[in-house]
Design a protein around this ligand. Structure first.
Ligand SMILES: *Cc1c(COP(=O)(O)O)cnc(C)c1O
Length: 355
């Protein structure tokens, strides 16, 4: 039986997507060839790439608004650097909400001055800083919408005329936002969209071409845009699986429909974390809690062996917290069925009865 997969990433994908993807590896579009052994310039694959790009914009409501989508390689980690290469002339503002923001800052610092406008480091990133201000003279503002490791999520984004860049790796396509407030969005596929190996980048094209440095071709968004995301051989399999996941989401009714399910999953799990006397949530402010990654701890850690045994026996996978937080983390990405959350809650209740 398929496990209840709460893995933080690479993450669970829809079973129907896996089925189609595995068939395409053997025989793609009845061509009697595998998806992974044909030219990326073949009509069949160009269609996949174009479909994946247009579906991303369509689901985010960004069609015909000056945005373009790219499927690049190098992960979200490469975007930490690419963003700075393409947009940072002198100074940029970063909101520091954890490990990934920190890594983004580290790369950008190689190319210019950084202003940390807010940070939740004082409390091991268990909250989202509020009431920070962004200097007027920065080239862009960067934030991480969902903090995969700590389990916090931004619900409000600053109202600013500065360019806005957002790392949405772990919550893209999970909830409705006014995506047109952002000038650049990036997301590694492996959290909520597909296998590792490709990164979705959504750019408002007019923001490019403003920096004075020479940008190496592979790091230049304009080079990739000019070649319709085919400057070099794209990650054909990850792009194909991402396209299938986006089609799955569209058939389900799009982001507004999946958001209802995601809200429900998060609501019932946090309710149990707060009700069950054996557990405590890592993020105290309810409004800062991530709907994708719920982090929690056992109050009495001597119960951890028993708890671990119970969830393993129930067929649950991937519940251990990140080493920098400890405890537990239940990642509830789009493809995780609500039934899996029900099972986890049952296990938490069973531990309480036995304790
Ligand atoms: C996982 C993750 C990353 C890193 O992604 P890679 O594709 O491994 O480089 C960056 N940002 C966030 C928010 C993540 O969750």
């Amino acid at each position: 039986m398929k496990k209840h997969n709460f893995s933080a990433g690479p993450c669970i994908l829809p079973q129907s997507v896996m089925q189609k993807a595995s068939e395409a590896v053997i025989n793609f579009n009845n061509s009697n060839l595998s998806l992974i052994e044909i030219s990326h310039r073949s009509n069949d694959f160009v269609e996949v790439m174009e479909n994946a790009r247009s579906l991303s914009l369509e689901l985010l409501g960004l069609q015909n608004k000056g945005y373009k989508a790219l499927f690049l390689q190098g992960g979200a980690s490469m975007e930490f650097l690419m963003v700075a290469f393409n947009l940072l002339e002198k100074k940029a503002a970063y909101l520091n909400t954890g490990t990934w923001s920190n890594k983004a800052m580290k790369e950008a610092k190689l190319l210019g001055e950084l202003v940390e406008v807010g940070s939740s480091k004082d409390k091991n990133f268990n909250y989202i800083p509020k009431n920070y201000s962004i200097p007027a003279d920065v080239d862009y503002f960067h934030c991480t919408s969902n903090n995969t490791i700590f389990g916090t999520q931004l619900n409000e984004f600053p109202n600013t005329t500065t360019l806005k860049v957002c790392d949405m790796s772990s919550d893209i396509f999970s909830r409705q936002l006014d995506f047109s407030q952002f000038d650049l969005i990036y997301a590694g596929a492996q959290k909520n969209m597909g296998p590792a190996g490709t990164t979705l980048v959504i750019i408002k094209e007019e923001i490019l071409g403003k920096v004075s440095r020479t940008i190496p071709s592979m790091l230049d968004y304009q080079v990739h845009l000019n070649k319709d995301s085919m400057f070099n051989t794209p990650a054909v399999f990850p792009v194909y699986v991402s396209m299938l996941t986006l089609e799955w989401l569209k058939n389900l009714g799009g982001i507004s429909e999946i958001e209802k399910i995601n809200n429900k999953k998060a609501e019932i799990l946090y309710a149990e974390i707060d009700r069950n006397p054996l557990f405590t949530g890592f993020v105290p402010n309810i409004e800062d809690r991530s709907k994708m990654n719920a982090t929690f701890n056992l109050i009495d850690t001597s119960l951890s062996n028993r708890f671990n045994q119970l969830w393993n026996e129930a067929g649950i996978n991937g519940l251990n917290g990140h080493r920098s937080v400890g405890g537990y983390r239940a990642s509830m990405y789009n493809a995780l069925p609500i039934e899996s959350v029900d099972i986890l809650i049952e296990v938490m209740k069973r531990l309480e009865q036995k304790a």
